[in-house]
Structures are given as C-alpha cells and as structure tokens.
Design a protein around this ligand. Structure first.
Ligand SMILES: NC(=O)c1ccc[n+]([C@@H]2O[C@H](COP(=O)([O-])OP(=O)(O)OC[C@H]3O[C@@H](n4cnc5c(N)ncnc54)[C@H](OP(=O)(O)O)[C@@H]3O)[C@@H](O)[C@H]2O)c1
Length: 212
C-alpha cells in the first residue's frame, strides 16, 4: 500500500520509517526535496519524495506531518481533490512557538487543528493520531508497563479502524476518544506531553490510562 506523508521533519521521517518497515511504499512531500536526499538514500527503494501535491496524489493513505499552523496552507498547496475519499492521519498540533518553549496551543473546541483540517478536507476521512508522543517513540515504543496508549479521534468509523490497525502494528494500544470534535483535547494532551517532558527532564514517556 502507498502512503503519502506531507512533511520533511522528524515526524514525517519517523512515521515514514515505520511504514517502510511494515512494507508500505512511502512518498514524503515537501517544498524542497533536496533536504531529504540522505534520508532517501538510507531508506532505499520503498521511499521517495516530491511536492506536497505529488505526495498527496501518491498516497492511498495520507499523513499530515507539517507545522500545525501551516497545515491548511499545505492542504491548499497539495490540492484538496488529492485527498478525496482517502483516510488522512493528522499528526499535527497547532502550536505557536514565537514565544519559545513550551509552545502555546492555538484554538479550542470548535477551532482545533483537527476540526479545521476536517472542514478543509470535506470528502476525506481525517483521524487524529500520533500527536500525543514524540517522534522518537512513534514506531515500536518499548516500555516495561507494556504498549502505551494512542488517542484517536475522527468522525468515520472505518477510517478509525484503518488507523487503529496501523497504530497497533506500530506498537500501540488504542484509545478511541470519539469524533473529530475532541481534537482540541488530544492536541492539549500533545502539549502536556512536552510540558511534562521538560518539567521531568525525561523525553522517554508516553500516555497510559490505568483502568479497572
Ligand atoms: N516533533 C515531534 O516530536 C512531534 C510529536 C507529535 C506531533 N508533532 C506535530 O507534528 C507536526 C510535524 O512536526 P515536526 O517536528 O516533524 O516538523 P515541523 O518543524 O513542525 O514542521 C516541518 C514541516 O512543516 C512544513 N512547513 C512549515 N512551515 C510551512 C509553511 N509556512 N508552508 C508550508 N509548509 C510549511 C515544512 O515544509 P518543508 O518540508 O517544505 O520545509 C516541513 O515539512 C507538527 O504539527 C508537530 O506539532 C510533532
């Protein structure tokens, strides 16, 4: 299966690595393919890079892994039609870094990144995932307490099943939070991850809900 990943940063590379390991073909989308040349050499035959629109067109599944506040611009550059009827994994968080760390989360319920992206991608099935953990732990995280939890939200049940399956093979237990309207809460959880990592001086952490 082909995955188009919009982004050239550490998240795009981490998820791209995971998909390639699991036998997918991956095309990363960027404004500047030159910055990916060493990554492509390292990853080999099942990796390629192109423009945002080439990556979106290529993907049977699309991953959004761009700067959160640029996500709508990137979707417009990539061409909304290239997303139609596809599952879109939204790994972004709408963060303003202009005042340093920790970044400030933009938006709220109704204006979260996930909801704005789903509105912009009418006709595609957006599932928010991978936004509550660092790139380094996205693929095959190993913790003594067992697989950590990945929060998913999205409006289409079949799309969530597809993304849940991917998360499972990437080494995660799934928590289905509900519809895309809950995006703000997982985006805040993403920022809380960063705040607690700084506070505790430990980036080797992931969420786990304890239930009985
Ligand atoms: N870093 C993490 O561990 C982590 C964890 C969870 C979620 N996230 C979220 O995942 C997303 C990706 O994070 P990242 O750290 O890998 O990379 P990033 O630095 O947040 O974003 C880099 C990507 O954003 C694109 N971009 C930035 N400004 C743009 C603009 N004005 N117009 C078009 N494209 C623009 C870049 O495009 P070019 O390729 O053209 O330069 C690049 O592909 C973010 O939304 C982040 O909040 C990050």
């Amino acid at each position: 299966m082909k995955v188009g990943i919009l982004g050239s940063g550490i998240v795009a590379k981490a998820l791209g690595h995971g998909f390639i390991q699991e036998g997918y073909e991956v095309k990363l989308g960027t404004r500047d393919v030159n910055k990916l040349s060493s990554w492509l050499t390292e990853k080999g035959n099942n990796s390629s890079a192109g423009s945002f629109s080439e990556a979106a067109e290529f993907g049977e599944i699309i991953v959004l892994a761009v700067q959160g506040l640029a996500a709508i611009t990137v979707i417009e550059i990539a061409g909304v039609n290239n997303f139609k009827n596809k599952v879109v994994i939204d790994a972004t968080n709408p963060l303003d870094r202009s005042e340093g760390s920790p970044p400030k989360l933009i938006g709220g319920p109704g204006t979260s990144g996930g909801e704005l992206i789903q509105k912009a991608l009418h006709g595609a099935f957006v599932v928010k995932a991978f936004n509550t953990v660092s790139a380094a732990l996205m693929y095959k995280p190993e913790f003594e307490g067992g697989p950590p939890d990945m929060f998913l939200c999205g409006d289409d049940d079949n799309a969530k099943k597809t993304v849940a399956q991917i998360c499972k093979i990437f080494g995660w237990n799934i928590i289905d939070v509900g519809g895309i309207k809950y995006s703000h809460y997982t985006e805040a959880a993403g920022n809380l991850w960063t705040i607690t990592a700084f506070a505790g001086g430990n980036w080797n952490q992931a969420y786990k809900l304890l239930r009985k």
